[in-house]
Write a protein that binds this ligand. Sequence first.
Ligand code: ADP
Length: 273
Amino acid sequence: MSIVLKNVTYTYMPGTPFEKVALKGINLEISQGEFVGIIGHTGSGKSTLVQHLNGLLKPTAGEVTVEGVSLQGKDAAAKNIRRKVGMVFQYPEHQLFEETVFEDIAFGPRNLGCPEDVVTDRVKRAMEFVKLDFELFSKRSPFHLSGGQMRRVAIAGVIALEPEYLVLDEPSAGLDPRGREEIFSQILQLYQSAGITVILVSHNMEDIARMANRLIVMHQGSVRLDGEPLFIFQNYADVLTECGVAMPQVTRLLTKLKQKGLAVANRAATPEQ
Ligand code: ADP
């Protein structure tokens, strides 16, 4: 069960003076159960890459398959498989449009043709996941909520589609530290308790380092590094700094990752009571 990119190249506005090759021959496999963090300079191709994961952008060359089905196809199988990959864009609250929180989250499942009792059930579960109290919030206008709450409504709308993979492009952009913390603890919970595969784009290395079990570093449209975060921090600090992570941050994160590794190892070594 995985998303596979084979030799994916993507060019914006080909054949015009504005032509820009944003992805260059990307080969990747993202398996179910992973928490993948993607980092890289602005313009390195992160957003373009993740928009290929659910067929929103189609490769100029190469192929993307989800569980063996090509996203290129226009058939029902391809459409179905695209639904398995939920996408939370940057500033997703800009896409809220219904009059109430309930209606906004219900939009996706209704579109899938779910009967109304299933829709209500999915809305309730999605709201529970993003920690918005159903009684308190479902009838309110999404436009009268705080920035963090609006973003949670938007994320709930994607969760209500019950994706197997969840792609988030800078989900904490523009939030205050508390809002960021809330969003990330919910993402972590989705990963840990709902078993959703997470692909997270963030410029914030700290967030990625503490959550992801795989790190992909993009550089000028290519995958420059791909591996376990601690391994990358231990062995490729020089490449990380080339790709925009400041050296003091690399050192600080390395210490944190080692502590995290030690804590995990200690827990594993402690016999069950
Ligand atoms: P990142 O997410 O890492 O900041 P992007 O995937 O947004 O990078 O961009 C990769 C490259 O593609 C950049 O050079 C950017 O200017 C260009 N690009 C992105 N979106 C468009 C677009 N809609 N039209 C033309 N060029 C674009």
